[in-house]
Design a protein around this ligand. Structure first.
Ligand code: NAD
Length: 382
């Protein structure tokens, strides 16, 4: 198989989908790997390292796309990138198909077989392919460092000749992958940490990391069969905001990570609640791109409102490009090897992982959820 790794085109993106170490693995499986010149530059992987690992350098994206039958990428392709893909070639990467209908339609028309990284089912055997988790973990870590940078206080307890400084107080909302990493990082920095999640199952994980679990009335049926949070009723969210409202006045930092898979993030902090926080406190909203957990967050920006710093930065993973690229690379190559175990094998669409992740194939949409979203759109036009 001739595999191509283009340079990511999203502005500010520093990661690369495949690092030199994983090129070696693909070469061991007898694949040919083509990499666009400088694709690894933002994450400090040199062209010479790729060549040493056995990759062929393509001077421009156009040459790369022309030469290969399989593209490995991070961000969903742009129209221009799909234009460059060979008809009937294969794409693996994030797709977020439901919100990118035009691109999916175009891939379908070109008979491109596409697999979405975000659709990998979360099973014990898929952990090494799970890019959502590895990237969420990076975001959780970075969120704490960002908060520490903006906070005008120390995180740890310090006993100095100039007096005793109490530890910073940090509240984490949503204790999934990002939230748990944020708890662990804030604890390592010495902060006092408390956390809340609607899924009662995470209480033990929160406590095992040395954080306090915020009490609220237990939520029944809080998660789906695949372990994601269910969307809560407005009545529940109102009660939740009351509980959070009592906590945020006591904390210096609030990191919000609450998400509902495929849906809009719940509003957990209203403007009125922000006004009640201690001056100089920091909110880092990791759900900003999904609508935000804080009513005032602005995507991609750090703003100050009512003397509170509110960070709605997007794509935090790109700010840790070396490890983010290495982790993503391990995820995508493991996934590719699952889809295509030997040099001459073809995709097994009966396989659970292949079936769940395939979005387009042979001029058709293969994913039920995406197909339904398309039908809905068609009906709306009728
Ligand atoms: P996510 O990013 O979709 O959501 C983040 C967190 O927000 C979740 O813990 C969710 O419960 C919480 N949340 C949602 N609404 C909330 C609200 N109103 N108030 C407070 N918290 C709220 O989730 P994620 O981190 O991607 O993962 C969720 C879960 O998926 C994991 O904790 C785990 O159970 C499961 N998972 C399984 C595997 C695996 O088995 N391979 C891998 C990763 C995750």
């Amino acid at each position: 198989m001739r595999i191509g790794v283009p340079k990511e085109v999203l502005e500010g993106e520093r990661r690369v989908a495949v690092v030199p170490r994983m090129v070696e693995q693909l070469r061991e499986d007898s694949h040919e790997v083509h990499i666009e010149r400088d694709a690894g530059k933002g994450s400090f992987f040199l062209n010479s390292e790729y060549e040493k690992a056995g990759a062929l350098l393509a001077p421009h994206a156009k040459d790369l796309y022309t030469d290969v039958e399989m593209i490995l990428k991070i961000h969903p392709p742009t129209k221009c990138e799909v234009e460059m893909m060979n008809p009937r070639s294969t794409y693996i990467g994030f797709l977020f198909a439901a919100s990118r209908r035009e691109i999916i339609r175009y891939m379908k028309e070109k008979s491109i077989t596409s697999f979405a990284m975000e659709c990998i089912p979360r099973l014990a055997r898929t952990q090494s392919m799970d890019a959502l988790s590895s990237m969420a973990s990076i975001a959780g870590y970075r969120a704490v460092l960002m908060a520490a940078n903006h906070l005008g206080k120390f995180f740890p307890l310090l006993m100095t000749a100039a007096g005793t400084i109490p530890p910073a107080k940090v509240l984490i909302l949503g204790a999934g992958v990002a939230g748990l990493q944020a708890i662990a990082t804030a604890r390592r920095l010495g902060a006092h940490v408390e956390a809340f999640d609607t899924r009662p199952a995470v209480r033990e994980q929160v406590e095992s990391l040395g954080a306090h679990f915020v009490e609220m009335e237990p939520v029944k049926d809080a998660e789906t069969a695949s372990g994601y949070a269910k969307e809560m009723t407005e009545e529940f969210l109102k009660k939740e905001r009351e509980v959070i409202g009592n906590r945020i006045t006591l904390n210096d930092v609030v990191i919000t990570t609450a998400q509902v898979f495929g849906g809009k993030a719940p509003i957990l902090i209203t403007e009125e609640m922000v006004k009640t926080m201690k001056r100089g406190s920091v909110i880092v909203d990791l759900a900003a791109e999904q609508g935000g957990n804080c009513e005032l967050s602005e995507v991609g920006k750090t703003i100050v409102k009512y003397d509170i710093v509110i960070c709605g930065e997007a794509n935090l993973q790109s700010t840790l490009p070396v490890d983010a690229s290495s982790m993503y690379s391990k995820n995508i190559v493991t996934f590719f090897r699952h889809l295509h175990p030997t040099k001459d094998s073809s995709f097994d669409f009966e396989d659970e992982i292949t079936k769940s992740t395939c979005i387009t194939h042979d001029g058709k949409i293969k994913n039920e959820v995406v197909e339904k979203a398309f039908e809905k759109e068609l009906n709306a036009h009728d």
